[in-house]
Design a binder for this molecule. Structure first.
Ligand SMILES: Cc1cc2nc3c(=O)[nH]c(=O)nc-3n(C[C@H](O)[C@H](O)[C@H](O)COP(=O)(O)O)c2cc1C
Length: 494
């Protein structure tokens, strides 16, 4: 009988306590664990150490045997240690280890989530919700009411999101005079969690005197309310009426759950209705609303939004290249010096990389902030930087290669054919378009495509020569699955 080989890894939360020569393993249930000491304690620690990265079980065992300078008679003890760790959940099969793998993430739409925190005691846990949203691949910003600031540190939330946390209507700047309007436009979904009775009442009345109710009233994105309050408050006819009228006005309401009332002495607490929905479920509800919104097509950023986006990108994101696939394809298709156009250059890292390869490079973007910042990274780089809208371009030169990382995907449907015609005009016959787009399903900020769509759409002018799976950066939230297409310009429109 052949034994199935398995790859094991230390669980994200192995539930292990060490000290005084002992190791305690805590399983998922109250009676699943055990205490070890001496050699057995050392052995389980050695196994966990080796399994910090996924490792084949056979290799794990033989490495420990070798490291201990022991003979194979020890093998049985090591096998038992591994079996014990698997039983208590401290070791798990690689692939079951918590964070969603990129493929699993790819199956979901991600977006910009504005977490609006109000002054319920549950707001003390807001950083955990931020963490869950970030882990699920969303871009997260946080807005707070004054009362919420008494329960949770703005600094902690800023550290987690790497974004400024807004705490009031009057905290804007000359370039951002009305934070509530900017946040309302930025968000793909607004999650008010926890949501107090007071904020419910403001929103139901259209009262915009606090930041959170102002954003929730202003935005056209879906708003998810996660009420969290004392049972008496929740059952009060006024609160029930507010919730009902908010539902009727198009807000979404997460049904409250059961938890403890902090007003009661710790020893006297009993489960009571009114606590906000569990955070894992809040993430699921937000994702459902994002999916519904994406069915209506992406919300393409305007030029002004791109300007804001590029203004806030940290300088480190100017370090590149972050698209090794494009740089490699360039090497393959363009003997230097070739004429290269980088349309929608963004931070300009690919344009600079192409210039380094010895090409003659023109880099364009319709965001003047992008061009200014890209140029400032290395003013001496031999790149011609231009502000230009590809759908009404003033660039009349002809190129051997056109690079496009996300620009086509952000072009509105109504201007798509103009864009395609323009790329065809830019390229000499036989020239290559390196086109990078999100794979479906994707973000709410760009169109996503599959291979056949691209082949059909570009067919009059281009021949699809390669479709390579790749990764595309998505805001500050990481990378998402994309396609890198290589399309050859036909000699004439076919
Ligand atoms: C210790 C403490 C806990 C509170 N917990 C809640 C709560 O869970 N839910 C709620 O609606 N209000 C709660 N409140 C009352 C709110 O903080 C208060 O109504 C405040 O005005 C809400 O303002 P906001 O909606 O602008 O954040 C609590 C107050 C205190 C002092």
């Amino acid at each position: 009988m052949t034994q199935q080989r398995r790859r094991l890894v230390c669980a994200p939360n192995p539930r292990v306590l060490t000290g005084g020569g002992n190791v305690w393993l805590f399983g998922p249930g109250p009676s699943d664990g055990c205490a070890l000491e001496g050699d057995s304690a050392e052995l389980v620690l050695a196994v966990l150490e080796r399994a910090r990265e996924p490792i084949d079980e056979q290799r794990l065992v033989s490495e420990i045997v070798t490291a201990a300078g022991a003979d194979l008679s020890q093998r049985q003890a090591i096998d038992q240690a591994v079996a014990l760790l698997v039983r208590v959940g401290a070791l798990v099969h690689a692939g079951d280890a918590g964070d969603a793998a990129p493929e699993a993430r790819a199956a979901r739409v991600t977006g910009r989530v504005l977490l609006a925190v109000t002054g319920a005691v549950g707001s003390a846990h807001a950083p955990h919700l931020v963490q869950l949203l970030l882990r699920a691949g969303h871009e997260v910003r946080v807005a707070m009411t004054r009362a919420a600031r008494r329960f949770v540190s703005r600094r902690a939330l800023e550290a987690m999101t790497h974004r400024r946390v807004d705490g009031g209507l009057w905290e804007g700047s000359p370039s951002r005079p009305a934070p509530h309007v900017e946040l309302a436009g930025w968000a793909d979904v607004v999650v008010v969690c926890p949501c107090t009775a007071t904020t419910l009442s403001r929103m139901a009345a259209g009262d915009c005197s606090e930041l959170v109710s102002a954003v929730a009233t202003t935005t056209r994105a879906p708003v998810l309310l996660v009420p969290s309050m004392n049972t008496g408050m929740l059952d009060a006819p006024t609160v029930a009426r507010n919730l009902q009228s908010l539902r009727e006005a198009g807000f979404f309401v997460a049904h409250p759950g059961t938890g403890h009332e902090v007003a009661e002495a710790p020893v006297e607490r009993v489960p009571r209705r009114g606590v906000g929905a569990a955070f894992a479920d809040v993430v699921r509800y937000a994702e459902l609303l994002l999916e519904r919104a994406s069915a209506a097509g992406p919300r393409l950023p305007s030029r002004a939004e791109w300007n804001v986006e590029h203004e806030r990108l940290p300088a480190s994101s100017d370090d590149g290249p972050v698209d090794p696939d494009i740089v490699a394809a360039l090497q393959q298709h363009a003997p230097a010096p070739s004429r290269v156009l980088d349309a929608g250059t963004g931070a300009g890292h690919v344009a600079r990389a192409a210039a380094l390869q010895g090409h003659t490079v023109v880099a364009t973007d319709f965001s003047e902030t992008a061009i200014r910042r890209a140029q400032a990274v290395d003013p001496g780089a031999p790149v011609t930087w231009l502000v230009d809208d590809a759908t009404q371009s003033a660039v009349h030169a002809v190129f051997d290669i056109c690079i496009d990382r996300g620009c086509f995907g952000c072009t509105p449907l109504s201007r798509r054919s103009r864009y395609l015609e323009q790329v065809a005009r830019w390229l000499r016959p036989g020239g290559v378009w390196l086109l990078k787009v999100h794979q479906t399903p994707a973000t709410l900020r760009a169109y996503a495509f599959d291979v056949e769509e691209i082949r059909e759409m570009t067919a009059p002018w281009f021949e699809l020569v390669a479709a390579n799976p790749s990764l595309m950066r998505f805001g500050l939230a990481g990378e998402r699955p994309s396609w890198t297409f290589e399309l050859r310009r036909a000699s004439s429109k076919r």
